[in-house]
Design a protein around this ligand. Structure first.
Ligand SMILES: *Cc1c(COP(=O)(O)O)cnc(C)c1O
Length: 450
């Protein structure tokens, strides 16, 4: 037996057959999302016009801890899963830490991030229910790329509204979506009433996730057999992402270790949920002592500096009211390069877990994330997505503490994606053009309407 195994894989047969629904095991269940008009708790049926029915039920399921992964979804997971669990010997050496650092490498998926784990089942359930068209919004393009590929796998037409500024500044993710056969429209556009209204008022509008969401929702509502999809925040997305942690649990067993600390970067919470919930179930059910750390940008700190309250998930206020940590749905985050983390709120499950002290959060300034990203690239040979750099930076902080205390802590983080389509951001960092952003308390208070 090799004493220094670098990577751990599962056989195709050992890829999990169920996703883990942590809602069933939580002592304090997430509070109900509310219908904004009636303030009544939402029922699955209320979501039918927007999402595939099965996803509406998964969203609000607080009973069933294990949800079977449909066989056709599992077949497609095999295209790249299991993803490797990697022992980061190179990073450990570069830091001189006694800690054992592991990462789960979700960057090996066909589109380069974890997002495909949920895009495939979402497209599958739509197909099952007779849907022919799917639509969504995308900023930097990670979710749009995942949905475009998944739609193609199941013979669905995909229409993606991409924030106009990203459409122009990030041409390669747009080409990836188009290569997979999706129709990509810069938002705001003249193709919807919402887009027309915005463009009439502000002809040079650069677009935002808010405008793109409004257009995608309108298209889904006005097109027969068309459903809307979301790549983060919602509970069914986190459910699908638990494939990450369920694999990691088996792989850590192969390595003969169990994590003391589990870390994920945090946008809406789906990859953090994916890596942590399967381990957290041992904390909830058996009292295992593991720390779970969500790493968010200092310029969009809903977990560390936001407030737990009912809020909308979108800028326009079209979505149900969600009980969550939020900076206010009108919060305008600074233009950091980790586009996938520029969201004002957190999913309802993680919000409840944070409130109950089952997890913690740290916020990381932009320059530290890129500095750590370069260190990681040089030590492990993988250029991480700007989003993933937040998780690495949090892991490095923990590993550095171990140098002082001499503890051999077992640290596991999720590498949510690679940065090969984000090299323009690295260029800017290397040229010294990036900065940290101050976020005064008054700005947050104002955004929360206080
Ligand atoms: C979208 C994205 C994220 C953030 O989304 P979560 O739902 O919080 O996981 C993180 N990393 C990458 C690479 C992404 O594309």
């Amino acid at each position: 037996m090799s004493t220094k195994q670098k990577r751990f894989f599962l056989s195709e047969d050992d890829i999990p057959r169920y996703w883990y629904n942590i809602q069933a095991d939580m002592v304090n269940k997430p509070m109900a999302p509310l219908n904004p008009q009636t303030k009544e708790p939402l029922k699955p049926e209320d979501l039918y016009p927007l999402f595939a029915k099965e996803l509406c039920h998964q969203e609000l399921d607080q009973e069933n801890a294990w949800i079977e992964i449909p066989e056709p979804v599992r077949e497609y997971y095999k295209y790249w899963r299991s993803t490797p669990l990697v022992r980061a010997y190179g990073l450990e050496k570069a830091l001189g830490t006694p800690a054992h650092i592991y990462f789960k490498n979700e960057s090996v998926s066909p589109i380069g991030s974890h997002k495909l784990n949920s895009a495939i089942p979402q497209a599958y359930y739509c197909k099952q229910e007779g849907v022919t068209n799917v639509t969504t919004e995308t900023g930097a393009g990670q979710w749009g790329a995942a949905l475009s590929y998944a739609a193609k796998l199941f013979g669905l037409e995909a229409a993606v509204y991409q924030v106009k500024i990203s459409y122009e500044q990030k041409p390669y993710r747009r080409s990836i979506m188009q290569t997979f056969g999706a129709q990509v429209t810069p938002s705001p556009s003249m193709s919807t009433r919402a887009g027309k209204d915005i463009l009439t008022q502000t002809p040079n509008h650069q677009g935002s996730l808010g405008t793109a969401i409004s257009e995608a929702i309108e298209l889904a509502r006005t097109t027969p057999n068309c459903k809307y999809t979301l790549g983060s925040v919602l509970s069914h997305v986190s459910l699908h992402q638990t494939i990450i942690g369920l694999e990691a649990e088996k792989q850590m067993e192969m390595a003969g270790e169990y994590p003391d600390v589990v870390i994920g970067c945090f946008g809406g919470g789906s990859n953090f949920a994916g890596i942590s919930f399967p381990f957290m179930r041992h904390t909830i059910k058996e009292g295992r002592k593991t720390r779970f750390i969500a790493a968010e940008p200092a310029s969009c700190p809903k977990l560390t500096r936001g407030k737990f309250q009912y809020d909308f998930a979108d800028e326009a206020g079209y979505t149900p009211l969600l009980p969550m940590y939020t900076l206010g749905h009108k919060f305008a985050p600074a233009n950091i390069h980790a586009g996938g983390l520029r969201f004002h709120g957190a999913g309802v499950i993680v919000s409840q877990l944070l409130k109950d002290g089952l997890m913690e959060a740290v916020d990381i300034p932009q320059l530290e994330t890129f500095e750590t990203g370069c260190l990681f690239a040089q030590a492990e040979g993988i250029i991480p997505a700007p989003e993933s750099c937040h998780a690495i930076a949090a892991a490095v902080r923990e590993a550095k503490k171990c140098i002082e205390t001499g503890e051999e802590k077992i640290i596991l983080f999720n590498l949510s994606g690679h940065g090969l389509v984000d090299m323009a951001s690295y260029d800017q960092y290397l040229a010294g053009n990036l900065m940290n952003y101050d976020l005064p308390d008054e700005v947050i208070a104002k955004s929360l309407g206080e």
